[in-house]
Write a protein that binds this ligand. Structure first.
Ligand code: PRX
Length: 654
């Protein structure tokens, strides 16, 4: 049974609701009135949220939607994002508050106060200027989860440079193509990172990517692990160059629509999309959502978002939203199983974490590892639990609530995307009665609907497509270098709505249930990977003639990548097992380890319609070991039997 079907089935059974406790509600940052306030005057509501920030020039208009779908928010306003995230807290007397409680995987720890963070960001900003960076230039960041990653992003924002963070698990080729697409002038990286008790080198991938990137003038390298690396003429050490800069830097205010960052994400074609975010609207929404969804109390909370800065969650809910709200937060470099499988619970206990924001795939992994591990630590400091990245199944939700949250913490299941920039759908702790597995409803200020094929909004009890009905401040402003693709992808199915690409259902009480992607995008451990991207990687191998990739339901990772490949003529005689290993590694080299197929099946044919379109639905049935669905539209119905027959003989599963 597919995950979607399971979720649908659970809908009819899921009658449990959890009210916020009276104590939580009494102290919550917001109450139910916030929905009415936003409804009564949506733009006025957003203007009020924007004014929580420090603007050098006030804005004249809240929203200019005259060039839809290209929005302008807080028109005419000017502000500096780094100033808002750091300096203003120091100036308000909070310089000694710890901003980052960093913990390296080997156990090294470093607390960085807002004053120290300001000095570090200023030095880095001065370094960028000395390296010839000016406002509007693009900078690629390929770094582990260390404080310098946060400093690097803020330094870019401070000087108006546009960062493009590339997840450090991506391959040299993935990094190169992103550097190329954005024409980045500088790469910021580290020698290596600590993963699972050993040093994983990062610099070789950068060297390879930079060798093929004429746009790059310099590579700024943080010494994290001290591992041996090759040094080239463009390389500059962070600890020499940045550390020797002045710790004074006067921030310049940028226009509300000045580009802040590009973040590449998978779409339905092989080429990742550079999602473009700008300054004022983005910062407004991430700060607002972080404040109301996590009920942040800057003086007492210790917040921990376990995402990597390589993903949008790390951008919006480690760097920009939390720091704008003067958070004290934990940053952890390594994996959850090092040195033991209780590392996270140990971190929560030692740092006194009060708000935890993580992903369903992690929760399901911990469920598998057993209740004894969290039970052996004192987790009583926790008061809010968040989930993001994929639908959370009711079983995992209940486990999270009882085993991690001690049945006392509200759970906020937050739906959003790289494109939306900030959280769009989520319960509000202290306000919303939650149902296990439901993201409940759109946040105040956000317009959400579930529509049918014709774009007609559906009532309760119906399933369809999730759309956003109103522009929102943190919305993407386009796809870098390809505005037509922006219009085609999100605004062509129904021009009046933003099409998110997700299926959703409203239950009989009007609660929203997300049902996964409706396009050719897979969700593996909460990460988006397009089927086409993996197919292109497979076909780039000399042995492969054709490939079809599907996401099959997986208990831990949500979906797992399953590939069907046809070999080129003359290759059929090869040793299947070693070829499958080679192909899996090939995909890993082309894209990154997260895209490595779990299973590869070598098949003689692929199921196609008479017009040549691959019928993925049938392949999905095969991959999920289901009875094969309707194969009437197949040009050659016998193909599917051939594939099923060959299934077990050519797969691998490690
Ligand atoms: O399918 C939805 C799923 O993740 C997609 C967005 O992926 P990405 O841009 O990588 O951003 C992930 C982190 C925000 C969505 O289209 N998704 C995200 N959060 C949820 C979710 N699906 C169900 N429930 C969620 N809470």
């Amino acid at each position: 049974m597919s995950e979607i079907q399971k979720t649908l089935d659970n809908l009819s059974q899921e009658n449990r609701t959890f009210m916020p406790s009276p104590e939580f509600a009494a102290n919550a940052n917001v109450n139910a009135g916030i929905y009415e306030e936003a409804e009564a005057d949506r733009l006025g509501f957003w203007a009020k949220q924007a004014r929580e920030l420090d603007w050098d020039n006030d804005f004249t208009d809240v929203l200019d939607w005259s060039d839809a779908p290209f929005a302008k928010w807080f028109v005419g306003g000017k502000l500096n994002v780094a100033y808002n995230c750091v300096d203003r807290h120091v100036h308000a007397g909070h310089g000694d508050q710890v901003a980052l409680q960093f913990e390296g995987e080997p156990g090294d720890q470093l607390n960085i106060t807002y004053r120290e963070l300001m000095e570090r960001v200023c030095k880095a900003a001065n370094a960028l200027t000395e390296l010839g960076i000016s406002a509007g230039d693009r900078i690629a960041i390929y770094m582990p989860m260390i404080p310098e990653a946060v400093v690097a992003m803020l330094a870019c924002a401070r000087v108006g440079a546009v960062h493009s963070v590339v997840f450090a698990g991506f391959s040299a080729e993935a990094l190169r193509s992103r550097i190329h697409d954005a024409q980045a002038k500088l790469v910021i990286t580290a020698d290596g990172q600590n993963r699972r008790g050993s040093v994983m080198s990062l610099k070789p991938a950068v060297d390879e990517a930079v060798a093929a990137s004429p746009s790059v003038n310099h590579v700024l390298v943080v010494q994290r692990c001290g591992n041996e690396i090759t040094w080239g003429p463009k390389d500059v050490w962070w600890h020499e160059f940045v550390e020797s800069q002045s710790s004074e830097h006067t921030p310049v205010a940028f226009d509300s629509e000045h580009p802040l960052f590009i973040l590449y994400t998978s779409g339905t074609t092989g080429k990742p999309k550079g999602i473009l975010h700008t300054t004022g609207g983005y910062l407004t929404q991430v700060a607002y959502t972080h404040r109301v969804v996590f009920d942040l109390k800057p003086d007492t909370d210790v917040y921990w978002c376990t995402a990597d800065i390589g993903w949008v969650t790390g951008h919006s809910y480690i760097v920009y939203g939390p720091l704008a709200n003067r958070v004290t937060q934990v940053i952890y470099e390594g994996t959850p199983d090092t040195p033991g499988k209780d590392r996270w619970w140990d971190i929560i206990e030692r740092h006194g974490v009060t708000i935890l924001y993580t992903a369903p795939t992690a929760i399901r992994t911990f469920m598998k590892w057993g209740d004894e591990l969290p039970a052996s630590h004192d987790l009583s400091s926790l008061r809010v639990l968040g989930s993001v990245g994929e639908p959370i199944n009711p079983e995992a939700w209940m486990w999270y609530r009882s085993v991690i949250g001690g049945n006392k913490c509200p759970i906020v299941d937050t739906w959003w995307q790289t494109e939306t920039g900030g959280i769009m759908i989520s319960p509000l702790p202290g306000v919303t009665a939650t149902k296990p597995g439901s993201a409940m409803r759109g946040l105040p200020g956000i317009g959400v609907a579930v529509v049918d094929d014709a774009g007609t909004p559906l009532g309760n009890g119906k399933g369809g497509f999730l759309v956003l009905t109103e522009p929102w401040p943190a919305m993407l402003r386009g796809i870098w270098g390809d505005n037509q693709r922006f219009v085609d992808t999100y605004w062509s199915k129904w021009p009046q709505y933003y099409f998110a690409g997700d299926g959703a259902k409203l239950d009989n009480d009007g609660a929203l249930w997300l049902l996964g992607r409706v396009d050719d995008v897979m969700n593996v451990s909460g990460h988006r990977i397009s089927t086409t991207e993996v197919e292109s990687a497979l076909v780039s191998h000399p042995s492969v003639a054709e490939a079809a990739v599907v996401g099959a339901a997986d208990e831990t990772t949500g979906q797992a990548i399953v590939a069907f490949v046809i070999l080129r003529g003359g290759m059929e005689g090869q040793d299947g097992t070693s070829l499958v290993t080679e192909l899996r590694n090939h995909v890993s080299n082309e894209i990154g380890a997260i895209a490595k197929p779990k299973k590869i099946m070598i098949v003689p044919e692929l199921p196609k319609t008479r017009s040549g379109k691959i019928l993925r639905r049938l392949l999905q049935d095969v991959a999920e070991h289901r009875e094969i669905g309707d194969s009437m539209t197949l040009a050659d119905p016998s193909v599917i039997n051939l594939i099923s027959a060959g299934l077990e003989s050519s797969s691998t599963d490690d």
